[in-house]
Structure formats: structure tokens, C-alpha cells
Ligand binder design. Sequence first.
Ligand SMILES: [Zn+2]
Length: 581
Amino acid sequence: MVNLREVAIRLREVINIVDLVSEYVALKKVGRNYVGLCPFHTESKPSFTVSEEKQIFRCFGCGAGGDAIGFYMRISGLSFPEAVRELAQRYHLPLPRGDSGEGKKYDRLYRVNEKALRFFRHLLKSAPEAEIAREHLREREISESTAENFALGYAPAEGSALAAHLRLSGVDLALAEEAGLILPREDGSYYDRFRGRLIFPLRDQQGRVVAFAGRILGPGEPKYLNSPETPVYHKSRYLYGLYEARSPIRERGFGLVVEGYFDLLSLWEKGIRNVVATCGTALTREHARLLKRLLRTWYLVFDGDEAGRRAAYRALGIFFQEGIFPRVVFLPQGEDPDSLVRRFGPEAMEELLPKARSPESFLVDYVRQAFPPDPEGKSAAVAEVRKILSGVPDPVIRYEYARRVAEGLDVPERFLLESPPQPTPPTSTPAAEDPFGKLILQALLHHPSLAAELKALRVEDLLRDPSQQSLYLRLLEALEEGCPPERFSPEDPELQSLYSELFFSPFPEDSAEKILLEIKESVLRRRFRERERERFLREIKEAESSGRKEDLARLLKAYADLCLERSIKRRGEGVYESFSS
Ligand SMILES: [Zn+2]
């Protein structure tokens, strides 16, 4: 019995990435690598590089990267399991029959989430202590039927009610921890992640519960708390309401993108149901791709304030890269979709839609306001628009938008079409920011024999970049299962990019022992700093609560110095200096 991950390993053995990529991109051999025009962004000079030796690709323009499977995922917009299945068929590899191990694990995560959902849901309906949540919904004019539709719930304030409930219903608590529902205490017991919050279950497109968000009731921070990333929940690929709103969106032939949970719920309540919400996450290309699969007519309905305009502008750039050209709805100053429809009814929103701005006129207005009206300002505005337009994949559409925007800015359109000096900034590439994390990951790639040592050092909790951390854990797991690093294939496009970047980055040809020594020193330094930081934070808190203002000022200054020193160190140059932090 093989599982999908094993199939992926076999695929990496049989596919030559140069052959696969050549089906989509004209490649030319330059030195040891092949180069061509990147299929994932628009460029006139090739920065898309394929290494036959390492069996990976990387675009130095947009940052896309990965192995053969990663390339196929991106080019055909498939998830990892889908891509592996399709490729396995093309390359005549046997597929797992029935359920794969991975599938079973995912199913178990869905099931434990489902149990938590029923628990939260039941409490919201009937627990006396949930009155505060019910009151909150009443104030926001959210009816019981809408609450039912979105399966809203309540997480009790008491510290470990869900953990206790799950244990009693026979759930493996380690699994619940992996699902992000509960957290371990030092003594081995567990406490709940969500406490005293109104709960929004996040469902994937098949309606399975993948994660939760919780809104605080009353004072406290943060206002919204989310599940962490888990094998079934990826923030960059999740939009709230997509499951519920699919049919309404298809029926009406267009959809609205709003920012908040309550924006969506209020619109739904008032009968406007073709809506999805970004909910605190910056829009990504994956989000845009999800929306594109549904249809292409979208309206951005963001708050009428400056922050809302900026968010809309940013979102527009991302949509453009996916070939979607949304219209932008301006709300009256000070209103959000939630307040608007509650005050003036759904008609108020419906009336705004025909008045929505075209993307080009929004762009012109935005850059005109963002830059001063002098020649330098105009030049900066043109450069800004050129950057956005350079992301539009279809040259005809790109030209047409350039023509329209050029008119608005009163410049010749060629100013907006010439290739910009800087390529489109990467939107989904996690640069290996933290040099320590990079050192750890590269050490594993080049010296897999260090896996056990690294595991014993428990370096994962020192990795501050979540992408690095999850890549590290996946890689470690793969190595333990006997998969060599060059056949390991991360399932997430973001991790694919990070992985390929590591392969293309230089690494000193030192012995494993020397590298390990280097790592151990960094670990010591980092642990020491970590403790120092915790001590500061504790003392700051104490000084704050006992009102010792002078102490507080001194501590804050010292703490700021510590952080500054660290950030300077982190930006250090040279291979080894930059490794230690
Ligand atoms: Zn590219």
C-alpha cells in the first residue's frame, strides 16, 4: 500500500523537470541551467531558471519556485494531492488505492474540528454563560437562522472546557492540539485556545471545518483570534464565506469581497449573499485564484477610509496578476458594509454597485492622491501604475488598461508599458528572512545526517518565520521516514518556493561537524536572548501594574535596545556572521 507522499517521492525520481517545464516554457541552456520566460509573471527578459542537476525551478523575477510537482501545481492551479494524482497517471505510476495515510489524518482533523464545532454551537444555543454572545449577535441584528447557517458558536471563558469535553468524548488530545484547538501546559494537561469568544467556524469548499476564528466579547486582546496553520488550514488560501456563498455568487453572476466577518454576516442577513470576506488576512494570489475559479466579476467593497482605500489598491494589484479586474465600491465616509446595511438597508448597498469605479479610474485617482502634483510626483505615480500593469498576464488587456490609465494621468501610454526597472515584487514568496532558520534548513539539506542532532536541540521553537518552521518540521519528518532531501516535495506552493530558494542559495562546503558547532552556538545565543526577552517582558509588566513609571521607562528603553541590537545582528553580512543571531 503506497500513500500519496510515497508517490510524490517516486515522481521526483521519474520526472525530469526540464522535460516537464519544456511542455509549457521554451527553455534555453545557459551554463549549467536552463532559462526561459516565466509563465507566472510577465517579463521580457528571462529570469525563470531550471536546474536539471537539482531538479528544481526558480524565477528570480517573481520568486516562484519549487520542484516538478510544485511547477505542475502552479501551472495547472492544482492542490498537492491533485497534482500528484494527475502526474502519477501521466507517468504511469500506481496510485494509492482507497484512503491514503495522509487522507486518514486529514479526516481525523476534520472530525475533531467537527466535534469542537458541535460543542461551541450547543453552548451558544443553550448555555447561560453564552448570553453575552447571544446579546452581541442581537445587537448586531444577526438572526438565529444566519447564526445557524454559519454555525456560529461560543467558547466558554473557563480555561479548559473544550479540552475536557474532547477528552471525555474519546478524542486523542494530541490530535486536537494539532488541529489548533487546545494548547499543552507544562504539566502535560491542556487548555483551550479559544476562551470567552464568539466562534466562527471556517469551512473549506467541501463544507468541512478546517479552523476557527473567535471574537472577544468585552474588553481584551486580540479582538479576533484565529486557529494556527494546520495540515488542513492555510490562511493564504482561505476566504470566509466561500463555501456558503458559492451558489449565490454563481446565481447572481458576480461576487463582493468585503473585509470583516460581520460585514459578510450583516449583508447575508439583509439578503445580499454573494459575498466572501478576507477577515484580517492580506489578499494573496491564492485567494484571487480561488475566486477566479468561481467567476471573474468581482467588486471590492472595502471601508471608505484611507486604510480601506489602501487595502483595495493592494488587492487590485493582486487581482490584476490573476487576470481579474474588479470594480471598486466606495462606501460613504465612516461606513463599513455592516454599518451601511444596518442603517440604510440592503438597497443602500445595491445602489452603490452600479456606481462602482472601474479599476482604471480607481487606479488613476489613487495614485493622484498618493503622490504630490509636481513632476516628481507624477513620475512616481507613473512608476507605481506601471508596476501594477506589468503584472497583467494578457498583453492586449495590459495595453488596453495602460491606454485608459495613460489618458487619466495625461502621459503617453508607452510610459506605462515599458518594462519597469524592478520586476513585480513577489507576493507569495517567503524570503528566507531569518538567517538562523536558513542555516538550519540548509544544514538539513546538505547534511541530512544532522537530523537527529537538530531534533535533540529542539530548534523548531527558535524558528521565528512560520514558513521556515513548517518546512523544517516537514523535512525532518520526511528524513525520518527515509526520504532523502532531494526527493522531498513540500505540499504547499509557498514552501515549494522557499525550498527551491534554499537549494539555489550558496552554502559553505564545511564538514557537518563544523556546521553543527556553528548551529549549537547560535542556539545557545538565541535561547539566552529568548530568556532575556521573557525576563524583560515580565519586569515591564510588573513595573506597569505597580505604577513604577521610572522603572518602566528604563526597562522599555533597555528592551528596545535589545531588540534593535538583534535586528542589526540579523541583518549582518558574510556567510557566518549572518548565520548567527
Ligand atoms: Zn516569475
